[in-house]
Design a protein around this ligand. Structure first.
Ligand SMILES: *[C@@H]1O[C@H](CO)[C@@H](O)[C@H](O)[C@H]1NC(C)=O
Ligand SMILES: *[C@@H]1O[C@H](CO)[C@@H](O)[C@H](O)[C@H]1NC(C)=O
Ligand SMILES: *[C@@H]1O[C@H](CO)[C@@H](O)[C@H](O)[C@H]1NC(C)=O
Length: 203
């Protein structure tokens, strides 16, 4: 009997791939997210760097994970910083955010993306660049102040668009941010800034 128990315990301790990973800083790392080869599902790799949970883009940049909702298969990453003098997103040099299409993550349809410092030719695309666009409100707060007065637009990242990329470039738009599940009645400082990603459940 005792032998059987020991045997079973040994067996259980040898299926680490099914275990959730340990906390990173004060954040839980729910399954299938994985911070190392020894826990979670390695296909759902995220990174615990100096006690901060981060997501790695296909461009090789890390984005801080702000929250995780395992029952909805979603996590929210922090949008890149925007230069106060330049109105450049910190990931402009690599063209913005791009997710590896071979990985089980995509950009959810609840993101309202705002683009800043756009060139005129962007007006041809189906974006809301009017004087009532949400982006005009963002320019009024501290984080967006570097983009004040530039041509800006917003759009809902819905299913008609690529779900693996938010693009910025010199000669297009040079900065962006995103708000999850925007509520028009909410004041700009109550907006939930972030880029929501979702993952395909395993199996
Ligand atoms: C642009 O967005 C604002 C805020 O949602 C909205 O009030 C306005 O009607 C939109 N304009 C166009 C042209 O879609
Ligand atoms: C906006 O982008 C242009 C290049 O597209 C750049 O020259 C300019 O410095 C940027 N920033 C602002 C605040 O206009
Ligand atoms: C993103 O991934 C989810 C979960 O796998 C899927 O249901 C959804 O259709 C995907 N969205 C797009 C636009 O590919």
């Amino acid at each position: 009997m005792m032998f059987l128990v020991v045997f079973l315990l040994t067996l259980l301790s040898h299926v680490p791939a099914l275990d959730a990973c340990p906390k990173c800083g004060n954040m839980l790392v729910p399954y299938p997210l994985s911070t190392s080869d020894n826990c979670g599902n390695p296909r759902y790799r995220i990174y615990c760097n100096n006690g901060a949970l981060e997501f790695l883009s296909a461009q090789g940049l890390y984005y801080r994970i702000l929250s995780i909702n395992p029952s909805a298969y979603k996590l929210v990453i922090r949008p890149p910083l925007i230069g106060k003098d330049t109105c450049y997103s910190s990931d402009l040099a690599v063209g913005g955010l791009r997710l590896d299409e071979n990985l089980p993550f995509n950009i959810s349809v609840r993101n309202t993306v705002m683009l800043f410092n756009c060139s005129d030719n962007i007006l041809l695309s189906p974006l809301n660049c009017s004087s009532t666009s949400y982006c005009r409100q963002y320019e009024e707060i501290e984080e967006g102040s570097g983009c004040k007065g530039t041509l800006c637009c917003h759009f809902l990242k819905d299913a008609s668009m690529t779900s693996h990329r938010i693009r910025v470039r010199v000669g297009g738009c040079t900065a962006y941010t995103s708000v999850v599940d925007i509520k028009p009645v909410d004041p700009v400082d109550k907006w939930n800034y972030g880029i929501e990603l979702q993952w395909m459940p395993p199996y």
